[in-house]
Ligand binder design. Structure first.
Ligand code: F6P
Length: 569
């Protein structure tokens, strides 16, 4: 274990902030606005097509100065340099966390421990591009010779959420002049999503992408095994019936070869499973699963939006990386966003955080951030292995803001929990709609969504004061306000601005991890669950000792056996 170092809560700036918070925590947001007519410009920055409005945080200029002091004392500038230059910042796994290298331009230079990272990254992108081109040209044919129409990504966590979120967000950017390939996602180990596809798709024209960094994740492998057996069963029956032109040539090997692409950091395991080497896309151990959409795990994204748009996504993220590296801390978006979070969690005791996009295309953004933030920073030991004595990652959840208005906003407005909200919306929308009437209607709907977005953050801030005085109101119709929020406006939702937005949150998570002195790049907390599940599965199958489990677990398993009418154990 490394030698103990000063914990963040003993740093001078942390002490100052604790005292400062005593004074400011009783000041209502409406008064902070009343005291400073320039508050919007003081706390708003514009970078890479994003406007970050932090003026509705419950802080003032002094708070920010102290927080910037904390960032300095905690070593944020040095940590940014260490991250981006490929130092082994993932201490528990003793490796770099180089997702930012996946979006470096081809002419950039980054050598890490003697390896040319940029060259390797661009080789892997080129290999991915070749596969995408074959599929887009209708040249990738299934075992019976028909071009592939459906691609199903089998992956979970980082091997699912990033591609799912981005393909949904950028579906408008689908190239028009390609052989149509539809992309789908199956992640859950219970097989529900996959079962649906298997009833609807033709095996002859369906390709599976087996996406797993480790290639050991049971969720993904169980889906993959079911898919393989479905293909083998259906295609060999097809061959027996003599429907295929070369019926006699449909071997298991051909089926697996033509219907599976593997994406993993383990080529050996891909080969063991049966993926042919030229259908294997590689990435590296130094790319964390939840940070991996920028490389070959992004294959479904490239299939939906095309390689050119995929590269624009990378360049937007790279613009944010460059800003993160070079901007002074007081103007650095990820630093400011991270500090706002630290202020809320550690000094205002606000430990619930809601993500509220006002654009249907960002439907999966909250789910994506839940993994990014909580799997990264849901930690309670420092990088040196000591228990922390302060709060770390808040509970994060969300959904599309307009829908959440009719669901959980009641709690935001009148519940007892302080919650910080992130509102996210594009400024421009629907300009490309050709039909003038439809465009007019849809643009009006966009304005309606923006009006709701801006109104909600205003009411959360001001409470009753947002309304003209309309006489006395009973207590149940009163709003206390003072709920802080951040608003992120995208000039327009494009591959580049989405790339910048995701990178903004990735780096925010990193800044917070540095201040909390935790490692955001491991996830040991999920390992125990995996181990115990293997054990429990053996017992469910009648191969383990039921009696050594607790009464609840025994009862649940017996209920399952009773339902199956197969008493065991
Ligand atoms: O169980 C959590 C996790 O390890 C995530 O961190 C990861 O993104 C996901 O599982 C999937 O892992 P893999 O890509 O190795 O299948």
């Amino acid at each position: 274990m490394a030698s103990a170092k000063a914990t963040p809560d003993t740093l001078p700036a942390w002490q100052t902030l604790t005292q400062h918070a005593q004074a400011i925590r009783h000041i209502h947001l409406k008064n902070l606005f009343g005291d400073d007519p320039e508050r919007w410009s003081h706390f708003t920055r514009h970078v890479a097509g994003l406007t970050l409005d932090l003026s509705k945080q419950r802080w003032d200029d002094d708070t920010l100065e102290h927080l910037l002091g904390l960032a300095e004392e905690a070593g944020v500038p040095g940590a940014i340099e260490a991250l981006l230059s490929g130092k082994r910042v993932n201490v528990s796994e003793n490796r770099p966390a180089l997702h930012t290298a996946l979006r470096l331009p081809a002419d950039a230079q980054l050598e890490v421990e003697g390896e040319d990272i940029v060259g390797a990254v661009h080789d892997s992108l080129a290999q991915m591009e070749r596969l995408v081109q074959r599929l887009h040209a209708g040249q990738w044919r299934g075992a019976t010779g028909k071009p592939i129409r459906h691609v199903v990504n089998l992956g979970v966590g980082g091997s699912d959420l990033g591609p799912l979120m981005v393909t949904h967000a950028l579906a408008d950017y689908r190239p028009s002049d390609i052989h149509p390939v539809e992309v789908h996602f199956a992640s859950t180990m219970d097989g529900s999503q996959l079962a649906d596809y298997l009833t609807r798709f033709n095996p002859e024209t369906t390709l599976f992408v087996l996406s797993s960094k480790s290639f050991t994740t049971i969720d993904t492998l169980s889906n993959a095994n079911t898919a393989r057996d479905w293909l083998l069963g259906r295609l060999s029956r097809h061959a027996e019936a003599g429907e295929a032109p070369q019926a006699h040539t449909i071997s298991a090997e051909l089926v697996v070869r033509q219907h599976f692409i593997g994406v993993s950091a383990s080529p050996e395991k891909m080969s063991e499973w049966g993926i042919t080497p030229d259908h294997q896309l590689m990435f590296w151990e130094w790319v964390g699963g939840r940070y991996s959409l920028w490389g070959t795990i992004g294959l479904p994204i490239a299939l939906v939006i095309g390689m050119e748009n995929f590269r624009a996504l990378l360049s937007g993220a790279h613009a944010m990386d460059t800003h993160f590296k070079t901007a002074p801390m007081a103007d650095n978006l990820p630093v400011l966003l991270g500090l706002a979070g630290i202020w809320n969690v550690n000094f205002l005791d606000i430990r619930a955080h809601s993500i509220l996009p006002y654009d249907g295309r960002l439907e999966y953004f909250a789910a994506y951030l839940e993994q990014l933030e909580m799997e990264s920073n849901g930690k309670s030991v420092t990088r040196q292995g000591q228990a922390v004595s302060y709060s770390t990652c808040p509970v994060l959840w969300g959904q599309l803001g307009p829908n959440a208005q009719h669901a959980f906003y009641q709690l935001l407005h009148q519940g007892t929990q302080p919650v910080v909200c992130d509102f996210i919306a594009p400024l421009k929308r629907y300009d490309e709609i050709e039909d003038p009437d439809t465009r007019r209607h849809l643009k009006a709907q966009h304005r309606l969504a923006l009006a709701n977005c801006f109104a909600q953050s205003r009411v959360l801030m001001l409470g009753d004061d947002a309304l003209e005085e309309d006489g006395p109101r009973p207590e149940h119709k009163r709003y206390r306000g003072n709920q802080p929020s951040t608003t992120v406006l995208l000039d327009k939702l494009t591959p580049a601005t989405l790339g910048a937005l995701i990178a903004l949150y990735e780096h925010k998570v990193f800044v917070q991890a540095v201040i909390w002195d935790i490692n955001p790049f491991d996830q040991w907390g999920v390992e125990l669950g995996k181990q115990i599940a293997t054990d429990t599965q053996a017992i469910i199958e009648g191969e383990g000792e039921l009696a050594r489990l607790d009464a609840s677990s025994r009862g649940l398993i017996e209920a399952f056996w009773a339902a199956e009418q197969t008493p065991r154990g």
